[in-house]
Structure formats: structure tokens, C-alpha cells
Write a protein of this length. Structure first.
Length: 394
């Protein structure tokens, strides 16, 4: 047993010799590494060390969620060490072979996409309201200064996008994957634009429909429960925020071609999406338990497929530090409301989402996860501003 633990520790120490952490075993024995450990892993089952060594993050996630492994101290620091050590580098292939039937089942086809989206987003708005801001915005915020609240930062993000698109009363636009309607409602109320939002989530569709009616915006905006591939029409502007990660690698070209069909010639669009610097597989634990069918593309393949579809890339802005802070806000809200969330679901759910949120934050802060806003036009548009800063009034 101790030999297996030492193997685990050696993987980390090869990358970061000063790493400090300890294992507390089920029999009370404590095995420490480094001088002043920031994190303690309480191992409640003798099967855990082998799971960690053999299955990497999948093993860690399953052991943590089941309660066979508990973490005391700085969870994100532990995840940072895991990211630097890349525990699952060797085991990823065998793990993916074992989960191949699951991957095939959750492919982002018309039917698969609806099931995948329902798995994550139809957990009721009440749950999401316990850690998101009042607008239920579930994507990276934009913090202009340290005093910005989460809600203000989310409105900053919508305003930044509207500025880049030069959105106004003269425009018709579509929001592909509109979530709970934050961008749709902001665009109508603050910029007078006429918009359509689409989502595959039943709960999101019903929530946005109610908000449109409550705010008296029915003449300007509407929402439909629809797959992007089923959408028809022509729009002056196209926006998609945090939806592209659900398209799947196989369907990226089809998504870009559909965007080009929907966007009028010379019209502008903005894709706000998580990405990687290089092509890497999504970890199996997240795919299986959190985002079935998800795929985080690398920036190069996204830009390449845009070009092939006739979309002209105008600007790319990275917002990575903003997502780390956004997630820290969500985590703080999640922990504040932990008792209510536990009552709604159970302890296993709490552990699963705590790990998901913290591993996401660690990925943006310490790993290779990025987030970009990509501004583009359908073909050339020479009437757009030549300098950055117009979107913020500088």
C-alpha cells in the first residue's frame, strides 16, 4: 500500500519537488510529503491508491464522489498538482476504450444533443440560482475592476459583446444556445435589438419565456426550444455564448456552415467559447458525470473551420483570468448554499459538483483551459472600426 502511495507522490514530485501534501489512511496512519502540507487526502478504502494510480482523474473523481476519498485543505491546490503531474496521461487510452459505448451514445446528433443538454441544464433553475448571479448567467463574466459584483461582471460581459457587434435597434440577431436569456434580455432592454434565442433545455426555454412576458419584451424578442441545425432565417448579427463546447468535434464544420447560412453577407457574429491551446481529449470523468457529449476544441481548429465556412475572423480576445474569478464566485455561492443543495439532491451530488466547479477553476488558473471571444463577419466587411476599443467607448 505504501509503495503505491509513494508511486503517486513520485509522479507529483518529479514535476514539483517542493509539493507538500499528506495521506491519512483508514487505519489512522499518516504519510506526509513536503514540509508544511496544504492538503490532506483522507483515504477511507484500501482500493483508492490503486484507483488513483491506474485511472488518474477518473479514479480520483469516483473515489471523491463516493466518499472513499476526502480532501481537507486547499482542493484547488491539490488539483493544481494533479494538472502539473498529468496523472491520467497513460491511462486515458484504456479508460476511453472502456467508455467507448458511452461516447457513442452521447454523440451530439439531433437526438443525442437534446439528451446531453437535458442531463446538465434541466436540474431546475432553482438549483442554478443558488450559485449563479440573478440573471442565471452560466458563462465567463468580465470583471472591469476588483469591486465588480458577479452580476455586474456578467452585465459587463453582455455589454462587451454588444459593443463588439455594434448591436442596435436596427439589428436582428440570434443567440444560439441562449441559456436562461441573459444576453437576449440585455440586448432588447439596453440596445433595442430584435432577437431570437434558441435552447434545447426545456427548463431554460420555459424560464426565458416567462421572463420575456414578465418584462414586456414580447414584441422584440422570442425564444424557441430548437436545435441550431433546425434554425432557418437570416440575421444581421449572430452570437453564441458557452454553447459551442456542446457541438462535438464531429459537428464543428456543420456548425460553422450553419452560422454562415444564418448570418447575412457582411453581418457580424461573436463566438464566446472555452478552448484549449492544443488538441487534448476531454477528461473521461467530466464527460461521464457532468457534460456528456462535450468537447473543448483547440483555438486552431475553431478558426480553421470558420475560414472554411467563409467566415472572416476579425478579432480574438482571451479572457482566461476572468473565468477563474467567475468560478471562484460560483464556488463561494455554492458553499454558502450547500445545505439547501444537499436537501435538493444528496451528498454524492454535492461532492460531484464541488469537484466539477473546483477542477474547472483549477483548469483555467493552472491548466491549459482557455476562454476566447472570437469576432467574425460573413465574408469581408470593410466598414467596421479599424482599432480596438470601440466596443467599450474608448
Amino acid at each position: 500500500m505504501e509503495h503505491t502511495l509513494r508511486q503517486l507522490a513520485s509522479v507529483i514530485n518529479r514535476v514539483e519537488p517542493s509539493a507538500a501534501f499528506c495521506f491519512k489512511l483508514w487505519d489512522g496512519e499518516v504519510i506526509g510529503y513536503g514540509s508544511t502540507p496544504k492538503t490532506t487526502m483522507k483515504v477511507n478504502s484500501p482500493k483508492v491508491p490503486e484507483m488513483l494510480l491506474r485511472k488518474g482523474f477518473m479514479g480520483f473523481g469516483e473515489a471523491y464522489v463516493s466518499g472513499d476519498l476526502e480532501v481537507y485543505g486547499d482542493l484547488q491546490e491539490l488539483l493544481r498538482l494533479g494538472l502539473s503531474a498529468k496523472f491520467d496521461e497513460k491511462s486515458s487510452l484504456s479508460e476511453r476504450i472502456r467508455l467507448l459505448p458511452f461516447y457513442l451514445k452521447t454523440t451530439a446528433t439531433l437526438r443525442g444533443s437534446r439528451e446531453n443538454i437535458s442531463h446538465h441544464y434541466d436540474l431546475t433553475p432553482e438549483f442554478y440560482s443558488l450559485f449563479l448571479d440573478e440573471s442565471l448567467t452560466y458563462s465567463c463574466a468580465y470583471f472591469k475592476n476588483k469591486k465588480d459584483t458577479l452580476k455586474q461582471a456578467q452585465m459587463n460581459k453582455y455589454d462587451l459583446i454588444a459593443g463588439k457587434l455594434m448591436l442596435g435597434p436596427q439589428d436582428s440577431f440570434v443567440d444560439i444556445g441562449c441559456g436562461w436569456g441573459g444576453m437576449l434580455l440585455r440586448s432588447a432592454r439596453e440596445y433595442g435589438a430584435k432577437g431570437l434565442g434558441i435552447t434545447l433545455s426545456k427548463n431554460q426555454y420555459e424560464h426565458v419565456s416567462r421572463k420575456i412576458e414578465q418584462l414586456g419584451q414580447g414584441k422584440r424578442i422570442e425564444v424557441k426550444q430548437l436545435d441550431y441545425r433546425q434554425l432557418t432565417g437570416k440575421f444581421d448579427k449572430v452570437v453564441s455564448i458557452g454553447m459551442f463546447e456542446h457541438v462535438g468535434k464531429r459537428f464543428i464544420p456543420a456548425f460553422m456552415r450553419q452560422v454562415a447560412r444564418l448570418l447575412k453577407k457582411g453581418g457580424t457574429g461573436l463566438l464566446h467559447t472555452i478552448a484549449k491551446d492544443v488538441e487534448t481529449p476531454t477528461d473521461p470523468w467530466t464527460l461521464r458525470y457532468i457534460f456528456p457529449g462535450g468537447y473543448i476544441p483547440n483555438l486552431a481548429e475553431t478558426l480553421r473551420e470558420m475560414g472554411r465556412a467563409g467566415l472572416c475572423v476579425l478579432d480574438v480576445e482571451g479572457l482566461r483570468p476572468h473565468y477563474g474569478r467567475t468560478l471562484d464566485c460560483w464556488i463561494a455561492n455554492f458553499e454558502t448554499n450547500i445545505d439547501r443543495i444537499r436537501e435538493m439532491f444528496d451528498e454524492r451530488f454535492v461532492r460531484m459538483w464541488r469537484l466539477y466547479l473546483n477542477s474547472s477553476a483549477a483548469g483555467f488558473k493552472y491548466g491549459d483551459t482557455r476562454v476566447y471571444q472570437i469576432l467574425f463577419s460573413n465574408g469581408l466587411n470593410n466598414d467596421l472600426p479599424m482599432l480596438r476599443g470601440y466596443e467599450t467607448g474608448l
